[in-house]
Ligand binder design. Structure first.
Ligand SMILES: NC(=O)C1=CN([C@@H]2O[C@H](COP(=O)(O)OP(=O)(O)OC[C@H]3O[C@@H](n4cnc5c(N)ncnc54)[C@H](OP(=O)(O)O)[C@@H]3O)[C@@H](O)[C@H]2O)C=CC1
Ligand SMILES: O=C(O)CCC(=O)C(=O)O
Length: 485
């Protein structure tokens, strides 16, 4: 799998150096002197080899029973579980979140694999009455063929697993291009599939630059479906390229998720949810809380409690058990977050805490940004409209719930939204009127359950859903069978 900490591509059941001969270092964003290893900076030739291997493997893989494919996934889950500590540590070194969060995510990867392994034994069709009483009509499902998987760095285990596991169980073969930052973690996941005994070509990984390998996946005529999580800009490009050549695609993109705090809410729980939902993983979740709308009568109390607790959050290397929040995952991300903070100040928002790079000497080598809270934010400001993907919270007061829901909906995204209230009328209005794929009551905006559909409205997704049984809709095509003797 490696030559001196240089991780290879996985193509046709073999660990393979890239045709380009180039490698890229994977840096620890908590300490850029620490190099986690080197990964292949591959070219289109490498991708072609992987796609050919996946196409050769697809016929035999789709002919296996769902239960047989499930056995492979159960084995991969056991291997991932056995290597959980190492994979969590690798993830932490590659993208910076705390070891506790990384371990939680690796365990989630195991659970996702087991969930989809079980799917191999569940129904894949319906019997539908025919108007011809001598005929039988039913649906069955067939795989797409080769699925291209393009993943970001923020959930280096969970996102590849919730895309690869359903792709595989429903009979597709896979070519994955992970984010360059977290390609070593991805290599360790692929090793679990290898050692689980998946036949050569069923899973393949090519690491490298997004435009070359990700773009190559979108363009390749022998890739039949593309599943992507990442930014809106790249997602839209992939969608257009896939549409132009008639490939199926699924896009999970940004969020600008609101948390509404009504005056009857338990304020301590609401503060806890704002901090956990907004700042865990350094705010780098598409479901992260970004806007906090608080009813005027409790605004000052809520603000004081929130700022007091945010100021106490401890930044540091994720390997220190005292650390609550790690760095941004890379330099570009850190600079983006700082530029949004500058815009907030320039547009007249009031900085309550944070607002820059921490002064501590021991944090100088990492891409840290202080957890930041603004108030005096209006819905039209950039920090209330655009996805920041960093540890920045914007407080907005409101008087009536209808006004809060209208402001909450006043963005181009619609992924997740929460309300804290005890009032059933408020709850029902929120469920009915909030334009979001996930609506959560008395719970934070982040944190999705693997057995439930996940996805957004408006610009947050391509309107499809991932995870749970919803995944079958993307990874298969329906065949309607009309059968007569
Ligand atoms: N919804 C979510 O969960 C995520 C949202 N984001 C949002 O995106 C912003 C930028 O983050 P970033 O990492 O640059 O996100 P990108 O959308 O650029 O990256 C996501 C994935 O797409 C790949 N990619 C990049 N360019 C192309 C391309 N032209 N064609 C096909 N694939 C491509 C990337 O490869 P590589 O990076 O290796 O070159 C990566 O694997 C964040 O600030 C955040 O707002 C980011 C990550 C996750
Ligand atoms: O909140 C979660 O657990 C999932 C978030 C997510 O899918 C993402 O940020 O890409």
């Amino acid at each position: 799998m490696t030559i001196e900490q240089t991780y290879l591509n996985y193509i046709d059941g073999k660990w393979t150096p890239s045709v380009t001969g180039r490698v890229t270092a994977s840096l620890n964003p908590a300490d850029t002197n620490d190099i986690a290893g080197y990964v292949q900076d591959s070219g289109e030739e490498d991708l072609k080899l992987a796609v050919s291997a996946a196409n050769r493997a697809k016929g035999a893989w789709r002919k296996l029973s769902g239960a047989a494919r499930g056995d492979y996934l159960f084995k991969a889950a056991n291997l991932l579980e056995a290597r959980l500590a190492d994979i969590a540590e690798t993830m932490m070194r590659e993208m910076g979140k705390t070891l506790a969060e990384c371990k939680g995510e690796a365990a989630r990867g195991v659970a996702i694999l087991r969930y989809y392994a079980g799917e191999g034994m569940r129904k894949i069709g319906d019997v539908i009455p025919s108007t011809d009483n001598e005929a039988m009509m039913f649906t069955t499902r067939v795989p797409l063929g080769v699925v291209g998987v393009i993943t970001p760095w923020n959930f280096p285990v969970a996102i590849p697993m919730w895309k690869m596991a359903p792709a595989l169980i429903y009979g597709n073969t896979v070519v994955i291009k992970p984010a360059i930052e977290t390609s070593i973690t991805a290599a360790k996941l692929l090793a679990c599939f290898e050692e689980a005994g998946l036949p050569p070509g069923v899973v393949n990984m090519v690491t490298g630059d997004g435009a070359t390998i990700g773009g190559g996946i979108a363009r390749h005529p022998d890739i039949h479906g593309i599943t992507f999580t990442g930014s809106n800009k790249i997602g839209k490009q992939i969608g257009q390229t896939a549409l132009a050549r008639g490939a199926k695609y699924q896009l999970e993109m940004g969020g600008k998720n609101p948390l509404i705090v009504a005056e009857d809410a338990n304020l301590d729980l609401a503060v806890e949810a704002a901090i956990s939902g907004g700042l865990k993983s350094t705010g780098q979740k598409c479901t992260a809380t970004s806007r906090i709308l608080v009813q005027a009568s409790v605004y000052e109390t809520f603000r004081a409690k929130l700022v007091d607790q945010v100021k106490r959050l401890r930044l540091g290397n994720g390997n220190d058990s005292a650390t609550w929040m790690g760095p941004c995952a890379n330099e570009r991300q850190r600079d983006t977050v700082l530029s949004y903070i500058d815009k907030g100040i320039a547009e007249g928002a009031n900085l309550l805490c944070g607002g820059g790079v921490p002064a501590d000497e021991e944090l100088k080598l990492g891409y840290y940004v202080q957890p930041t809270v603004f108030d005096g934010v209006t819905s039209k400001m950039t920090i209330a409209q655009e996805e920041i993907f960093g540890p920045v919270l914007a407080l907005i007061p409101f008087n009536h719930l209808e006004e809060a829901i209208s402001v909450a909906n006043d963005v181009e995204y619609g992924l997740s939204a929460s309300i804290f209230t005890q009032n059933i009328g408020n709850i029902l209005a929120f469920i009915a009127d909030m334009d979001a794929g996930l609506v959560r009551i008395n719970a934070e905006t982040a944190g999705v359950e693997l057995q439930a559909p996940f996805g957004g409205m408006k610009q947050s997704s391509s309107h499809s859903r991932e995870q749970g049984q919803a995944a079958i809709e993307f990874f298969t095509s329906i065949k309607t069978v009309f059968l007569k003797a």
